[in-house]
Ligand binder design. Sequence first.
Ligand code: FUB
Ligand code: ZN
Length: 649
Amino acid sequence: MDMNCNIGITDKFFVNYMELIRTKMLPYQWRVLNDEEDIVIAKERDADYIPAEKSHCVENFRIAAGRTKGHHYGMVFQDSDLYKWLEAVAYTLERVDDKYLRSLAEEAVDLIAEAQEKDGYLNTYFTIEAPERKFKRLYQSHELYCAGHFIEAAVAYYQAVGNQKVLDTAVKLADCIDRHFGPNGIKGYDGHEEIELALLRLYEVTKEKRYLTLAKFFLYERGKNPEFFQQQRDTDPDKSVLIEGMDGFRPSYYQNHKPILQQETAEGHAVRVAYMCDGMARLAYLDNDKDMLEACQRLWQNITHKRMYITGAIGSTVIGEAFTADYDLPNDTVYGETCASVGLMFFAHNLMKSQEKGEYADVMEKALYNTVLSGMALDGKHFFYVNPLEVVPEYSHKDPGKSHIKTTRPSWFGCACCPPNLARLLSSLNRYVYTVKNDTVYANLYVSSWGSVDIAGQEIFLKQTTEYPKTGNIELEVLTDGEFGIAMRIPGWASGYKLQVNGEDCAIQPEDGYVVIHRSWHKNDLISLVLPMEAKFYQALPRVREDIGRVAVQRGPVVYCAESVDNGAELELLRVSPDMELQEFSADKEFGGAVILKGKTEKVQLPSDEKLYAPYENVSLQSQDLKLVPYYCWGNRGENEMLVWLYKK
Ligand code: FUB
Ligand code: ZN
């Protein structure tokens, strides 16, 4: 649990998700990792080299532990699937004492500890297949990436159930890394950031300063020598690659093109950027590092003001799963990896700890209610890796450049980073509701919840009641007497709001996205906030070429889309008028009561000759019903077209 917030979520919307994860998703993922599910594993894009016959993840650990014999199978970072699963189980056990999941987790912890080598080294690929190559191919090896995911899982599991063995295993691993890396060891870092943020989590729980120093070393060293990875590769006598297709990337793919403090724009692989930024934000906070905080703010600004989709997705191209350039936001070839938006939420959350700004929480909730939730099907057993804003199934099937744009959620992936990442994020959502700074608690997410926060040494109980985002009515009840501040977030999308304390209007003006109410609070004092939740049409800055002449619909933080199952095929022929009326309906059962939108619009009538090109004339339009569903619900009713940015009349 974050040190100063101990909150339990009671919200119907999210408890449904968390229970789905507990009862269906986590048992399912365990069976997949154990190759016990009869499923078709998808390649995230058409590429021969993606290993997608099975997961083999747990078996890799058994082999490394010497329990069975065989070869490693899967991505070189396959271990991280089990670690993220374990982390999700840990958060789940904090909420519910689920004996079955606990027994699986204990089994996993024992196996992981057994797979660890005597000196603390832990990575099944290198233990089984290439012990002589340890730490020699850092741009591909993911050794520290996997280590980071284990450390995160270990901290979470230790905090949830007090298992000392898991923490000891993580400490042994961190100490092994500490012996090999640093000013007097390997002056380098992993090709995929993750260890940095994980060491900082370990530092928070153990208070061992060496972990903070090592995290700082990794962050500050990165980019000082842009040739580091190339030089390491050149001196490795074994020239075989660890991950096919990864050899041609430039230093910027790994955020290694210049020192972090000099990086002004988000470059390269989007998940790597997000995890790096999260590590930076954690360091800025824990080490009170002002330069690092400024670097975070620069990258934040670039990502969220110039390179992010309306759905909170990041990463514009499949090539390198990467950022491209400012305002280059194609809707139908986007990458928008689920993990990248999960990482963006981490970044926002840790940035808030140093500096409270409503826009951090705005982006956090944008990513959550759109791309992150879209990453899973409503059955909890199917997942998106890529989250497009426009899908035409035939194009996905026939255009090799769109093979990553899946038309429905597969059961699993050859590279299965996203499904367990989603599980760990959603089951730890209680950590994102509030942050405490000095004598003030900031309400970041509006989610029914109950629990306490530590405000300058006082344990203050708070109860939040809301049906947000279905309605915009939020009540925050103070359950403990005390003098402190409560900051209510006024989301950037809200065109107005009504705020009262004990029934009296509150005249305090919002600053940086929060109304901060400082006073002497008494038990049962009640703050009520009403946010206007009407659906609105949005446009993109005209610099975003892909969205010119197009509008998207957002209600509160939730972005909507049209699917052809509701609107007929050829969604590109719909012409909407931004002043049209949209009526709200409580969704069909299939969407768990979410709000859907309906209106009357128009559709282009194609000319009878269907000539491909013809002299310009106005198109003729025919009236047509429009139905929009929350973007996160799309793709749950079979394969069909989907469109977020509708064409304007
Ligand atoms: O490289 C490890 C993970 O696999 C990345 O975070 C994802 O983007 C996927 O490439
Ligand atoms: Zn992923």
